[in-house]
Design a protein around this ligand. Structure first.
Ligand code: SF4
Length: 359
């Protein structure tokens, strides 16, 4: 994280001292949540995961407790099921498409750059866990010249700035990354991918928005997954960004026990639209190793997709997709593209190849 990633923020209801600047030990994260540590462990939350835990005081304050279903805890607190070895460490095969360190190029017209591997919260469903092993601290200034050289020689229409979470960078560092990309590709769309408006909304400040507003046209896609995340704090963050002229979208991930019903998704999407953030994608859970307990089956995903189509205006409807490896594209989750089997499904990707999706 560059320069320490900015000052720590204290969230509402923050109890014991907690930070988002370091990985938590299992005991630390459980002790920071409401309820007894032993009850959390009895409820299946523990700890031994190869993907360390990290949570912000704000996001921890949204956790209710270990005594019933909790969509926030499921997204942020390790569970014993993470030791299950089903799935792939890198289901989209991104690691094989890094021509330059910190840059992924899968589709000819789009490039993804990763100026940091730091995140405020380690989302348990993250499909980029593999990145933690290959990114060192504060790499953006060392990586930037290589990205610019690579991009100058190519016809790229869109650059996605992701990570990690790019809003973990100090505003001036992020501003420099964006300004250099804008200078090199004056006609490209720049799109930030960030969960900060959802997991640490106090980081969205007028000063940050003033920096970003100099770099238009700029898009920011966040990932807000459930009603429990629709808070006044996140509303304020989205409003600041929208008032700064940043086009907002949401890329929701379909997660078992978090948002696997059309009703929950529509409630979230109504809230997002009311805060000028357009529902953009709803991703079928990627089959990331250690996340099997969060997978929604393809059959259930199809049901939800058709219920969304029947139950709402177009403004509330995201593209419901399965992301596929090696440039196969974001495949619409529709019955004509899927063959269901008992324990897996076959999805035909946008290149006509058949991809097996577990579960
Ligand atoms: S913020 Fe994004 S990159 Fe970071 S852990 Fe969450 S899903 Fe993964």
């Amino acid at each position: 994280m560059v320069g320490g990633g900015g000052a720590e923020k204290s969230g509402r209801g923050a109890g014991p001292s907690r930070t988002s600047s370091g990985d938590s030990t299992p005991g630390t994260i459980l002790a920071s949540l409401p309820g007894n540590e032993s009850d959390w462990r009895a409820a299946g939350y523990c700890a031994g995961s190869p993907f360390p835990a990290r949570i912000t005081p704000y996001y921890a304050s949204l956790v209710k407790g270990p005594y019933g279903p909790d969509p926030i805890a499921l997204q942020a607190v390790p569970r014993s099921e993470e030791l299950d070895d089903a799935g792939s460490p890198d289901p989209l095969g991104e690691n094989a498409h890094c021509p330059v360190p910190g840059l992924i190029h899968v589709y000819s017209d789009r490039v993804l750059v990763m100026p940091t591997s730091a995140c405020a919260v380690h989302c348990r469903h993250c499909n980029r866990r593999w990145r933690r092993d290959v990114a060192g601290p504060s790499p953006w200034h060392a990586l930037l010249p290589g990205w610019l050289d690579y991009l100058r020689a190519r016809d790229v229409a869109e650059v996605l700035i992701t990570g990690g979470d790019p809003l973990m960078l100090p505003a001036d560092a992020l501003g420099e990354v964006l300004a250099r990309l804008r200078e090199t590709l004056p006609d490209a769309v720049l799109r930030i991918g960030s969960r900060i408006p959802v997991v640490d909304p106090e980081r969205i400040t007028p000063a940050l928005c003033a920096t970003l507003s100099k770099l238009h046209p700029l898009y920011l896609h966040t990932q807000l997954n459930c009603v429990a995340e629709c808070t006044p704090e996140s509303a304020r963050a989205l409003t600041l960004l929208a008032d700064a002229g940043i086009a907002l979208g949401n890329q929701m991930v379909l997660l078992k026990g978090v948002n696997d019903s059309a009703d929950e998704i529509l409630r979230v999407n109504r809230w997002l639209v009311n805060h000028r953030c357009r529902p953009y994608y709803l991703f079928l859970t990627e089959r990331v190793r250690g996340t099997r307990h969060l997978w929604v089956s393809v059959a259930r995903g199809l049901d939800i997709a058709s219920q969304l189509q029947r139950g709402a205006s177009g403004l509330l409807q995201p593209h419901v997709v399965v992301d596929t490896p090696d440039g196969g594209g974001k495949v619409p989750l529709t019955r004509d593209r899927v063959r269901l089997h008992e324990k897996w499904a076959i999805v035909t990707d946008l290149k006509g190849r058949e991809v097996v999706v577990e579960g």
